[in-house]
Write a protein that binds this ligand. Structure first.
Ligand code: SAM
Length: 376
């Protein structure tokens, strides 16, 4: 859907914009609804709201997250033979916190890599005119950081493409299996309310489940993010040589589409409370669903990436030594910082919280050794 005709709408409520659109076109896909609710150019959630008021993402917990990812980048750089130019492209970079923590850590701990790095931030909501202010506000060194409006052209990046909670924020379709048939759940508008509108699932959704050899169970709702595979394909093409590091909530397809998962994985977030009604607080709450990592891995492989591993954030950060700073006895005046670090390491690796985020590592044209092993 082109959104240009739906822009310039400062005085009209987003729910009115979407409902009027539906009254002209008929029910829209959930993906189009979500694209407007989260990314409408004036009134989308990610354009107008500060997500840190609604949910905690790892970079916003503590700089130790960025410092630990920085160690991984050092491992990648060594695997490539310590080139004098190393690109880091962070997609869905949000407030730039991860970038700034990575660069701050590398400036002290890995000066040669810091010299080599060119760090590019990209986010669907950045406007180029605001980019310079944004870099200043995030405390990023202007000579190290660029802002891009999208993934670069084919074979441009030599280094790493990195994202944290990007794929689970991409617009997805909703489906429902009922009476032995698969329906797509679109969004209609009736009696002043957004409502589910079932239509037969189309060929793209059919093909998605045929490729997996799995279908949601009878009576199950589920989500299908076609955009995630498209993004991975584009990222794979942009990478000339190096790694693609993806951190996101998700499962392999057999667990994501398990017959017991009746309500799917759609969640909303508002003021640190999760909900399941995507039609509430339109444009003022986040909407997300778990990533199908089986499809994402296959999409990467189809575009020339090798899958190196899929693990949990808890295991991954542990393997990279996130807890090492806790083994040094703190000085008396460092106790507060020590306890803040300890709380944060526990939060980032909590298996029922941030620690259950999955970490997918894919690579193109790099030597076959364990990337985590190369980090030290
Ligand atoms: C859940 S937030 C995560 C932000 C940040 N990475 C963090 O961990 O705090 C998802 C981010 O992805 C951005 N985004 C959504 N679609 C995108 C796309 N196609 N390309 C780049 N960024 C996108 C959103 O604007 C938002 O800033």
């Amino acid at each position: 859907m082109g959104h240009s005709d739906l822009g310039a709408t400062h005085n009209v409520l987003l729910r009115d914009i979407i409902s009027q659109h539906i009254s002209h076109t008929g029910p829209i896909t959930f993906s189009d609804f979500m694209a407007l609710a989260l990314y409408h150019p004036d009134q989308g959630y990610y354009v107008r709201c500060d997500p840190s008021l609604d949910y905690h993402s790892s970079p916003n917990v503590h700089p130790v997250f960025g410092a630990t990812i920085a160690r991984q980048l050092a491992g990648f750089w060594r695997q490539l033979g310590e080139p004098s130019r190393f690109d880091v492209f962070e997609a869905g970079a949000g407030n730039g916190r991860l970038a700034s923590d990575i660069l701050r850590h590398l400036r002290l701990a890995e000066p040669a890599l810091y010299e080599a790095i060119g760090y590019t931030l990209q986010d669907a909501t950045y406007r180029q005119t605001e980019a310079v202010n944004f870099i200043d506000a995030a405390g990023l060194p202007a000579d190290k950081v660029m802002v891009a409006s999208g993934l670069p052209e084919t074979d441009t990046i030599e280094g790493c493409i990195l994202s944290n909670e990007l794929l689970d924020a991409l617009p997805f379709h909703r489906v429902r299996r009922r009476d032995g048939r698969l329906y797509e759940v679109r969004v209609g508008y009736q009696h002043d309310r957004f409502v589910d509108a079932e239509v037969d699932a189309g060929p793209k959704i059919d093909a998605y489940f045929t490729a997996l050899g799995i279908e949601p169970g009878e009576g199950c709702d589920a989500e299908v993010c076609l955009a995630a595979s498209e993004w991975i394909g584009a990222a794979a093409r942009a990478l000339r040589r190096g790694h693609l590091l993806t951190l996101d909530y998700g499962y392999e397809a057999s667990a994501l589409y398990a017959p017991w998962r009746k309500a799917g994985t759609l969640l909303t977030f508002y003021r640190h409370t999760s909900g399941d009604d995507p039609y509430a607080r339109v444009g003022r709450q986040d909407i997300t669903a778990s990533v199908d990592f089986t499809t994402v891995m296959r999409a990467g492989e189809a575009s020339g990436l090798r899958t190196l591993g899929l693990t949990t954030q808890a295991e991954y950060l542990g393997a990279l030594g996130i807890g090492e700073g806790l083994t040094r006895r703190p000085a008396a005046d460092g106790l507060e910082a020590y306890y803040a670090l300890r709380r944060s390491v526990i939060e980032l690796t909590d298996p029922s919280g941030l620690g259950r985020i999955r970490v997918l590592l894919q690579a193109k044209d790099v030597p076959e050794i364990s990337a985590v092993a190369a980090a030290g």
